[in-house]
Design a protein around this ligand. Structure first.
Ligand code: ADP
Length: 333
């Protein structure tokens, strides 16, 4: 059976882009693939400047939000990356077989490094750590959004290089598992929805907060007046309808848009209804977890133990393969 691994940064709140692109899939996969491994990748969240107190709160908030979104510790392994130091150990090993040019070519590195004066080496090495995150569990299937496809190519290269260099068939070649909503755009309609861009709708926001964000959100730019017919295929709001509403509603929304039967506000109100229906139970579960924080801590502690067990086994086998295994008198022979 496929081994599933995926991670998410605690660099902000869990948003509907993360949810529709990845986390909703995580929840479905834990049913069909018991033992799926999901990680809050906190070592990935320190490559830029940050406030330690804020990071502490966000690590907690992300773990809680994942449980609220439906990750079930009885089916899946949920843990904090920094609780399993083997991630950084394998990452170092992988830096020794990763060509610098491959890292400099990564789109996310080019985008993020263009925005800072002094580029931390960690920003460049980020996909190496990500390859280590996945391969530490010898995972072959990684549920992610579209933005991670290039990083996964690098993880596959790393796996191939390691196996070739040491003449083994040890690591698998991890493939992305994408959802139909693999790329959710931000509310400005210009860039992907992302924690770092401040263009998100948080998974735990109240109905009113969601509405305040939907109201001014970008629709079809050519639809200036209510009487202008719209083009659902270019409208970001329509994409969200497809994610949150059933097929009958989506078909009706498209027809009302094309014939200018509804204005954009009418359409957004119907979207809000669909969102409220899906997100309210998640918000309620999050409130329950706020009242019982020990549940989150217990889930992370259990998950950390399970993950560490697998990680230690991998690292010990990797060391053996590389000539870094334990030195015994017999082996020195
Ligand atoms: P962010 O870009 O918000 O910081 P992460 O890098 O932590 O998100 O990614 C967590 C998961 O969410 C990844 O699988 C990523 O592909 C997915 N994801 C992030 N943003 C989006 C989006 N706008 N649409 C679809 N999936 C997304």
């Amino acid at each position: 059976m496929a081994r599933i691994f995926s991670g998410i940064q605690p660099s902000g709140e869990l948003h509907i882009g993360n949810y529709l692109g990845a986390v909703k899939n995580w929840v479905q996969l834990q049913a069909t693939h018991p033992g799926a491994i999901y990680c809050v990748v906190d070592y990935h969240a320190i490559t830029g400047s940050y406030d330690p107190a804020v990071l502490r709160a966000r690590r907690w908030g992300m773990a809680k939000s994942l449980l609220a979104a439906g990750i079930d510790p009885a089916k899946a392994v949920l843990f904090m990356q920094s609780d399993v130091p083997e991630h950084t150990e394998l990452s170092w090993i992988f830096t020794t077989i990763t060509p610098l040019g491959d890292l400099e070519r990564q789109t996310q590195f080019k985008d993020k490094s263009a925005k800072v004066e002094s580029i931390p080496a960690g920003l460049l090495m980020y996909p190496v750590l990500q390859s280590a995150d996945i391969l530490l569990y010898r995972a072959d299937s990684v549920p992610v959004g579209e933005d991670q496809i290039q990083h996964l190519e690098l993880a596959r290269d790393t796996s191939r290089k390691f196996n070739l260099k040491f003449g083994v068939e040890y690591f698998p070649e991890p493939k992305p598992l994408l959802t139909p909503t693999r790329r959710i755009m931000g509310l400005d309609g210009n860039a992907k929805m992302s924690k770092s861009l401040g263009n998100t709708i948080g998974l735990l926001e109240t109905d009113d907060e969601i509405w305040q964000k939907l109201r001014p959100a970008m629709t079809d730019p050519q639809r200036v007046r209510k009487s202008d017919p719209g083009r659902p295929e270019v409208c970001n709001i329509f994409q969200l309808h497809k994610a949150f509403n059933d097929e009958t509603t989506v078909t009706n929304v498209a027809a009302q848009c094309r014939t200018a039967g509804w204005g954009c506000m009418d359409c957004k109100k119907v979207l809000l209804e669909g969102m409220v229906q899906e997100l309210t139970p998640i918000r309620r579960r999050s409130e329950d977890l706020d009242a019982e924080p020990q549940q989150v801590l217990d889930a992370l502690a259990d998950g950390g133990r399970t993950a560490r067990g697998i990680a230690q086994q991998t690292i010990s086998e990797v060391r053996e393969i590389m000539g870094l295994g334990a030195m015994t008198a017999a082996a020195l022979g």
